[in-house]
Design a protein around this ligand. Structure first.
Ligand code: 0PR
Length: 386
């Protein structure tokens, strides 16, 4: 760690914290920060400062060994009850995990072990963590087409469903478009003990809080929904890492349990061993500081900003792929890669959607109206504005 040259040897002796901090400041300056209003490609945002303090307070607690930390465990139980209430789950199972990927892998692990089946039905819109889960678990993907609204096509689902299907993965807030699959219709198609896993990693903290979506049925209100992913580190305002997995039938989690006699609990029912329990205090703080009222304000403001961005781009000749459903906006452009490169040259981080090809903006709480005005100006002044 000297100047611009990087020492690759494990240090013989420690150096001063001032010296280390000096280098960290350089690294920090190199990184992009949400407050600069240039990050339009992230599903995470600046967490509530009080949540960060809460995380630090519980920094050494490890719920992988729960009986050492009854206080942290109690907070986890409270969070799970609160999220269950929000998502209409009664007497289910819930656990705090490291994020959407871990929640999705665990859900499919339970589906495989509980049903003894190998097929997973999904669409191209499913997040790649589902593909990871299928790969890890030796399962088989069965792809169902998207309809003209980019939702799971129910007719094709009817053709593809079979007795071999362990679970159907529906998404409530797809990563690319923010679309909600028709989960009520999906539930009418299922056969036997096929499970429905709803990936609401992004939408879970959005759908219940937006006026135009609040009557949308996407959660345990639908009887055949068996499990759900919801991520506090996305629209839940908690720091990374934090995800939540909810399962309707608490007994089926035993299908993945492993004997862990040397710990303070007899069985481990999670993918990871050590569990970053600071996340639990952080989520507990966010949920109880904000309440429904706070989340409603945040989601509504992101939604209004999405419409503001959409209106301003449309006024200047750009077209949206679909009318946005939540705070994700996709713009049809001929060459999204070229646009992404141009935007990056101007300091903006936007992403591309693949299905369908488009320029994608996620309008998170760190994006304010003036940031939108600036990005719109950058776009209309581009040499290839459409
Ligand atoms: N399910 C859905 C619907 C998601 O959108 C994501 C992540 C996941 C599951 C997986 O969640 P974790 O990343 O917490 O495991 N979607 C974002 C993505 O892949 C994650 C992300 C967030 C990426 C911030 C970049 C970033 O800067 O695009």
């Amino acid at each position: 760690m000297t100047g611009n040259t990087h020492n690759t040897k494990f240090p013989e002796k420690g150096c001063s914290i001032e010296y280390i901090k000096k280098h960290m400041k350089i690294a920090y300056k190199m990184d992009i920060h949400f407050k600069d209003g240039k990050v339009f490609n992230s599903m995470c945002t600046a967490p509530l400062p009080q949540s960060v303090d809460a995380y630090k307070m519980f920094i050494e607690s490890n719920l992988g060994n729960p009986n050492l930390y009854p206080g942290t465990k109690k907070m986890e139980n409270i969070i799970i009850k609160e999220i269950s209430d929000l998502l209409h789950l009664k007497n289910g199972y819930g656990t705090v995990v490291g994020g959407g990927t871990e929640a999705n892998i665990t859900a499919l692990w339970v589906a495989r072990n509980y049903t003894g089946k190998k097929e997973i039905i999904l669409t191209k819109s499913a997040h790649f963590s589902i593909i990871k889960a299928i790969d890890l678990l030796g399962m088989k993907p069965v792809f169902v087409k998207l309809d003209n609204k980019y939702q799971m096509d129910i007719t094709d689902l009817r053709n593809k469903i079979s007795k071999e299907v362990a679970a159907i993965v529906a998404v409530a807030g797809t990563t690319e478009l923010g679309v909600i699959d028709p989960i009520e219709d999906i539930s009418e198609v299922i056969k036997g003990n096929t499970m429905i896993h709803v990936d609401a990693a992004f939408g879970g903290f959005v759908i219940p809080f937006l006026d135009h979506l609040k009557n949308k049925k996407f959660d345990f209100m639908i009887d055949s929904v068996s499990s759900m992913t919801i991520d506090p580190h996305k629209m839940g305002m908690a720091p990374i890492p934090s995800g939540i997995l909810l399962i309707r039938n608490k007994n089926i989690v035993n299908s993945i349990r492993k004997y862990s006699p040397y710990l303070t609990s007899k069985y481990s029912k999670s993918l990871t061993g050590t569990k970053a329990s600071g996340s639990i205090a952080a989520i507990y703080t966010a949920i109880n500081m904000l309440g429904k009222e706070g989340y409603r304000k945040i989601a509504t403001s992101c939604w209004e900003n999405t419409l503001y961005l959409s209106r301003n781009l449309q006024k200047n000749g750009f077209n949206t792929v679909i009318k946005p459903v939540m705070n994700i906006l996709n713009i049809s452009v001929k060459d999204p890669k070229k646009w992404q490169k141009y935007m990056l040259q101007h300091g903006y981080y936007v992403s591309r959607s693949i299905n369908p090809s488009a320029m994608r903006f996620v309008i998170m709480p760190h994006i304010k109206k003036e940031h939108i005005d600036n990005i719109v100006n950058t776009m209309i002044n581009s040499p290839f504005a459409e």
